[in-house]
Ligand binder design. Structure first.
Ligand code: CA
Length: 584
């Protein structure tokens, strides 16, 4: 196993040459730039240096209420979930942990799952009768601000938010804080995600590559050869033609990709579906309409016509996708680095001879990998009702839940609570520095390979608050590297795979991130975006499937663009342009 980790990463580290992928054109690639926000910048106070926080200072940030303060909220448990006996939606392992950490006790006024939750939330917002604290998506946040239902959190944030937490938001240029600010005031507590968290890397069955003596892919175009080998070479050795080529899902969104998304093929070809981009001439363009998308669509259509992509992929749900992989029917798929905890683990449980590796493939073998970055504050925005007497209690809760994550023994406590879904956790902000996942992966990898000691993992962790977590991951990677049979330690194996294989694939490919230049919601978007999203999804899927009524991809794409603009897209573009111009 150790040899496997070393050889895979070394192979990725070595600069790749002699491939079919030539003709680098970097001009259409965009560097990672901080997001420009529609609202004016908030009045955020300077972060105090962490050294100034002595014991007394720490106490100031970590107030735990005793007796607990009861507040109202809403939750979204998984559909059909049954809690262990003796536990309820308000009193379970997750809520008890939260109350212990914060001195806050949730009173759940309603709950619903999946789409029913979204519907009920929208009705609640429309009624104006909202809970004390709850978590919303960006669209709901905008509606709440517009209806003037939210508490102003600016002073509480400036005075009470822990310097470590402010530093995390600052690591992404405060983009998330700016996204939840209106007129210079902060109205939400945003989740800040680590970069790379949602990028679909290419997971590949390494044992199949070895068995078929197939070539490792070095650029996106190489995927075709591998898909063909996996389809036709009988990699599972049962003498039956029963394995798939490349698995994909109908998701092209570079700001919010899902499992199976081919969004990073588009970003590497120079288009950014569902991101707004300011071009060199200052004009904004919607990324799904960018002409560079045509080449990526033609490539995918070619693969589809050759049968390398399953014919019925457009109708798949995630269950289908996962089942194909874990049952050993497919060994080539797009998915986030954290798929190791489910897909990869389940595969090796079903078939101990399975081995996985991951790639982040650029358009040209010499080029960097371009990853789509999420819009700031795109999920889990904590908000407080304007009617609530003291919103600062939720900033203390943020400090305390974050502080708890840094304590020794947190991992064991979490493991115990994990029998209850995280959806019952009353506050799930868990902010993460922009580079936290990359930093953690590199340290774990270096420790596992004997380049640094365990103490050095701690010394080299740049973020004070990340030390405990990085050490835990590094230990997992080390156990896996040293164990003769790493599959005897599946939890450690899952952790190690995610960080040292999935995330390191992106790191070794010199990932550059592209982020939308606008992430707000305009008036026409409110009315037309749902319709336009469907138009876009259908058009992209039809082009990949060649269902274009005899038209070429280019002709069909041009018609799609014209229709999109005509059906509201042009009005939206004008509105976004206006906001972007106002910021220039
Ligand atoms: Ca077979």
């Amino acid at each position: 196993m150790m040899n496997r980790i070393i050889s895979i990463a070394l192979a990725l580290c070595l600069l790749l040459s002699m491939t079919a992928c030539t003709g680098v054109s970097r001009d259409d690639r965009s560097e990672y730039t901080p997001t420009q926000e529609p609202s004016s910048s908030p009045n955020v106070s300077e972060t105090e240096p962490a050294d100034d926080t002595n014991g007394e200072e720490e106490d100031r940030y970590l107030k735990v209420f005793d007796p607990p303060i009861i507040y109202t909220t809403v939750l979204a448990p998984p559909a059909g979930d049954v809690l262990p006996e003796g536990q309820t939606i308000e009193d379970n392992l997750r809520s008890r942990m939260f109350t212990r950490q914060t001195g806050l006790k949730p009173k759940v006024i309603w709950s619903a799952s999946g789409e029913a939750f979204t519907e009920k939330m929208n009705m609640t917002i429309a009624s104006g009768d909202i809970p004390d604290y709850f978590q919303v998506n960006y669209q709901q946040f905008e509606a709440l601000v517009k209806a003037d239902l939210l508490a102003d959190l600016t002073d509480a944030y400036n005075q009470i938010a822990h310097p470590d937490i402010k530093a995390i938001y600052e690591s992404a240029d405060n983009a998330d804080i700016k996204a939840v600010s209106k007129g210079g005031r902060i109205y939400g507590i945003p989740k800040a995600d680590g970069l790379g968290n949602m990028n679909p890397v290419l997971w590949v069955r390494k044992d199949w590559i070895d068995k078929l003596d197939a070539e490792e892919p070095k650029c996106i175009a190489d995927i075709a050869k591998l898909a063909e080998a996996f389809m036709k070479g009988d990699p599972d050795g049962n003498n039956v033609d029963d394995t798939d080529g490349l698995l994909i899902m109908p998701n092209y969104d570079s700001a919010n990709p899902g499992i199976g998304s081919v969004s990073d093929i588009f970003t590497n070809y120079g288009a950014t579906p569902n991101q707004w981009r300011v071009q060199e001439d200052g004009k904004v363009i919607y990324g799904s309409l960018m002409p560079q998308a045509v080449e990526a669509l033609e490539l995918l259509n070619g693969w589809y016509e050759q049968g390398l992509i399953p014919k019925d992929f457009a109708s798949w749900k995630e269950e289908t996708y996962k089942q194909k992989v874990t049952s050993g029917q497919a060994g080539l798929l797009f998915g986030m680095w954290w798929l190791s905890w489910s897909y990869m683990t389940d595969t090796v449980i079903n078939d101990p001879s399975a081995e996985w590796t991951a790639y982040a493939l650029p358009k040209e073998s010499e080029g960097n990998y371009i990853g789509g970055a999420p819009n700031p504050a795109s999920s889990n925005i904590g908000v407080v009702s304007k009617e609530y007497k003291d919103p600062s209690v939720f900033i203390y809760a943020l400090n305390n839940t974050y502080n708890a994550m840094q304590q020794p023994g947190y991992g064991a406590e979490m493991e115990e609570a994990a029998v209850v879904s995280n959806n019952y956790t009353p506050m799930t902000i868990f902010p993460l520095s922009a580079n936290a996942i990359f930093d953690c992966s590199v340290l774990a990898y270096r420790y596992a390979n004997g380049e640094i000691t365990r103490d050095q993992v701690v010394e080299l962790t740049p973020d004070l608050s990340q030390k405990e977590y990085n050490l835990m991951i590094a230990d997992c990677a080390k156990v896996v590297a040293d164990a003769e049979s790493s599959y005897d330690h599946m939890d450690d194996w899952s952790n190690s795979m995610g960080y040292t294989i999935g995330m390191m694939a992106m790191y070794n490919a010199n990932v550059e991130f592209v982020r939308s230049d606008y992430s707000g919601i305009t008036p026409t978007m409110e009315r037309r975006k749902t319709f336009l999203d469907k138009l876009e999804l259908d058009a992209y899927t039809k082009m990949i499937m060649g269902d274009t009524g005899g038209k070429s991809i280019q002709e069909y794409f041009d018609e799609f663009v014209a229709q999109y603009l005509d059906q509201g897209g042009q009005d939206i573009t004008n509105e976004v342009q206006e906001v972007v111009n106002a910021l220039r």
